[in-house]
Design a protein around this ligand. Sequence first.
Ligand code: GLC
Ligand code: CA
Length: 539
Amino acid sequence: MQEKRTPWYKNAVFYEVSARAYFDSNGDGIGDIKGVTMKLDYIKQLGVDCIWLLPIFPSPLVDDGYDISDYYNIHPDLGSIADFRELIEETHQRGMRIIADLVVNHTSDQCEWFKQAEADENSPYRDYYVWSDSDQRYADARIIFVDTETSNWSWSEKAQKYYWHRFYACQPDLNYDNPAVREEMKNIMRFWLDMGIDGFRADAVPYLIEREGTNCENLPETHAYLKEMRKLIDEEYPDCILLAEANQWPQDLRPYFANGDEFHMAFQFPLMPRIFKALAKSDCSPIIEILNMTPEIPDACQWCTFLRNHDELTLEMVTEEDRQFLWNFYAPVKRMRQNLGIRRRLAPLLDGEPRKIELLNAILFSLPGSPIIYYGDEIGMGDNIYLEDRDGVRTPMQWTDGKNAGFSNAGEDSLYLPVIKSDQFSYTKINVAAQLEDPHSLFHHIRHLLEIRKQNPVWAEGSYEITYNEEYPALLTIKRTDGTNTIVTFHNLSDKTIPIELSMTGFAERKLVDLVQGTDLKESKLELSPYSYLWLIEQ
Ligand code: GLC
Ligand code: CA
């Protein structure tokens, strides 16, 4: 009998990197691809298996690179195709993988295709986009960037028509009813996969196709095209993955896995805000409720779980009541709010409290799914809410307490964004060099947890069971088991000590080992101090 092989992404640790923000190799004030290559040993040391690189393509940068003007090239600020090849090679040499962004839904209005489409109604590119004489079509589609956009239609003077866009007006949607567009996007996939990348994080996938009378999200026609993309991967690039960015409720998110023939992975969007709610309420029921609402996924698929990313902490998929609660709790200052979310990083959201930051990471690593860490969050970087758009969570990585946080040799004024200098989160205190030296730093803490995760494949394949304790709602207990191994993790979401009786947790009378301390557990009655956690394995 052939042995069942666990696909690599089922227990991989992902790390989200912005080349612009990571390290500036040539002193022009802008991080670049070579800079990422120079820092690969650091990324490897953290325990990362796969890097997700934010968009690196030519772009006018109105949406930080998600407005692409040339899909077959690299943004000159960031380097060259040769640099990118080198990054891929060096990543692979260290036993890691790398995926890139595939911005499927829209281009920049500065893309040659859109320019030609606007200028000439007979251009083959005209039909690359979605045009209308009226701005009243598809009226049931919501607006996503509510802070800046008032309609999903914008008027083109040149074309004398409206064009459709789900994001900024400068990001016209591609027309997936056009076979030429469907082929073009596949060629773009091949272009980058041939270079050696290991797959894509596919951007904004629910919105590919529009139909009158629907909300134009998650349509069957959209799923049909996504399956074509998957087919290409299976046939031409097996072992590469597609990771879906679909910010949807669980019942609408599940179809992106289909029968294991659409996405390999999808971000676990519904779970994320509920982890923050559970902490704020000292009650783990929001986490349990959403997981109970989340349908099973096919065996070869996996969730990608996260706490933060490069966007605002989205509150689109929570009730109005929860949104108000989470805004009031985590974004008391108006400037912290953006669209239907919160533009803050993990550490400031948790008041920079190490035990809360460690706790949330421990929960993330215990729940089903492969976790992803946003660059800088592994050292507890701060943010700057006074910068525009989402720039406040995209500031330079803090390497040292020296000039420009060790990010760049350029003059301070030429940095693409200022480094974080505010008291608590200043780079003079929070930086990689300091944390590498301190064995008790957040970096080493997270590195250690990831190492434990990796040594115990039960986290990849095991089933999970979460128990709610009526007496202690703040106690989140997660049991993972694969028949051979059982791991139980306890997390205290409150500022009160919680007693734990191991005999009452359904844990067998076997030897228990504290995974984090690496010590045998002698007592069966324990105390979990405020915001602490305990990971146990049965041996
Ligand atoms: C995704 C990206 C976000 C971008 C949007 C439009 O949601 O994560 O940064 O603004 O797509 O491309
Ligand atoms: Ca540079």
